[in-house]
Design a protein around this ligand. Sequence first.
Ligand SMILES: Nc1nc2c(ncn2[C@@H]2O[C@H](COP(=O)(O)OP(=O)(O)OP(=O)(O)O)[C@@H](O)[C@H]2O)c(=O)[nH]1
Ligand SMILES: [Mg+2]
Length: 542
Amino acid sequence: ASLPLPSTSPRCQLRPASLRCSRPRRRVARALDERLVEAAPPAETEVEDPGVEDGGGEGEVEVEEVEHAGRGEREEEETARAPVRSRRRQQPEEESSPEHDRFKLINGKEIFQEKAYLVGVECKRAGGSLFGIEESLKELEQLADTAGLMAVGSTYQKLSTPNPRTYIGSGKVSEIKSAIHALDVETVIFDDELSPGQLRNLEKAFGGGVRVCDRTALILDIFNQRAATHEAALQVTLAQMEYQLPRLTKMWTHLERQSGGQVKGMGEKQIEVDKRILRTQISALRKELESVRKHRKLYRNRRQSVPIPVVSLLGYTNAGKSTLLNRLTGADVLAEDKLFATLDPTTRRVLMKNGTEFLLTDTVGFIQKLPTMLSKLSITTSQVAAFRATLEEISESSVIVHLVDISHPLAQQQIDAVDKVLKQLDIESIPKLVVWNKIDNTDDTLRVKEEAEKQGIICISAINGDGLEEFCNAIQAKLKDSMVPIEAIVPYDKGELLSDIHKVGMVEKTEYMENGTFVKAHVPLPLARLLTPLRQQVVAAL
Ligand SMILES: Nc1nc2c(ncn2[C@@H]2O[C@H](COP(=O)(O)OP(=O)(O)OP(=O)(O)O)[C@@H](O)[C@H]2O)c(=O)[nH]1
Ligand SMILES: [Mg+2]
């Protein structure tokens, strides 16, 4: 017997995610699974109710998915305790012909594309929304596609405020219910984060085994699929659990219904047990992450002993950050026309023509309506979330490059969305360089270039290499802004110090003197500190 395990949301786990976990992810999932099973009470939850009918209405007993984040990779081990699925969800696998088209090869794995219906709300009151509702839904469709779902339809509603019970109005609920039947929809995805209560009420209202999830769950799910390192996997698991904790209630309500209400309160007890288990897991994960982070910090400090300046590449998802990193460094980072292709910060060394070097870090892309728990994140808090590694890299860099896909119809909105997150990060003191990418893809390239020049913005094409030299020069100028001007006499027996100055600093003048080499340069602060005694010598020598 096993216990229903955590998934993105108890009932909205998207099947493709569980089929595409990375290796480290699987280890985490298994470890958690073992801990959970150990702690779990005997569970009767996998007994499929014989009364389950296809598309049954209100009276249907929903059998919970026991899938969780790492399930897909453990399928073989789990055949003995294979998750019970509602019949509705098994149906497509039983019917052979047209459903075969729905198996799609993504990232080298065969994924069954579930049919998804997208729902958005345009709040008349909230003036803060950067994207129009149709644009936002279009992006949601891209997110669904990235997660391996097939959007078969969408709808939206204009409301002054979202309905506290069901997010959308009751008329809209009925309309979507009809669409679900007409289009054979399996998952309904909302464009905004739903409260646990709204999620529950909507699931009840739609009935028939239809799963409801929101943008946050979808993004976390994509993160889950794409986390490639141990740390990223841990971070995403933690973020998913934190998202899930308040939404756990639904997981057990079927128990009460199954037992015909005779053991009233049983479900409630189970929720408590389950929440306790989840809390234990969350704190274990936090500890594990903390130790992984310490490790990374050590590594970073070691890297900083030769203080090569770090330039962070950031921008909206799909702006071309990884493509640029690859182009400049010959790295082999996955770059593709999908949202959130990159999840782990990757750092590579860039050697410029004049011999100076900097480290370039590729980061996870930003997106509007960032899951609340991610955007609330402050680097100084101990809270850990899926963006942590990226945010740390950003906060410790010497220069930030905000890369923009200027060929995108919503380029300005994307810029604003990124700026909105950056504002929360308390990094105003780091010099920033705005760069317009994909200039090759713009209709009126000349006009765009002119506009860029007016605003002091660099235009590049990461694909064909256009503007990259100008880009490197601009980086150099910005790096100089972040450095300290020094004059020092470096003794001849400290040759490595001199080469460090050349490597990471900007040398303006060198002169051979009796007691060493006189250097006038701009260097990063840590190196300037290291040179302090030699700088005093200059003063003395003058
Ligand atoms: N036409 C054109 N396409 C580009 C350019 N740079 C990148 N692309 C394409 O844009 C898509 C996204 O590129 P990525 O490098 O993966 O973008 P990213 O910013 O790393 O995206 P995430 O990792 O998802 O945040 C890919 O299909 C690239 O080939 C460019 O200069 N011109
Ligand atoms: Mg990328």
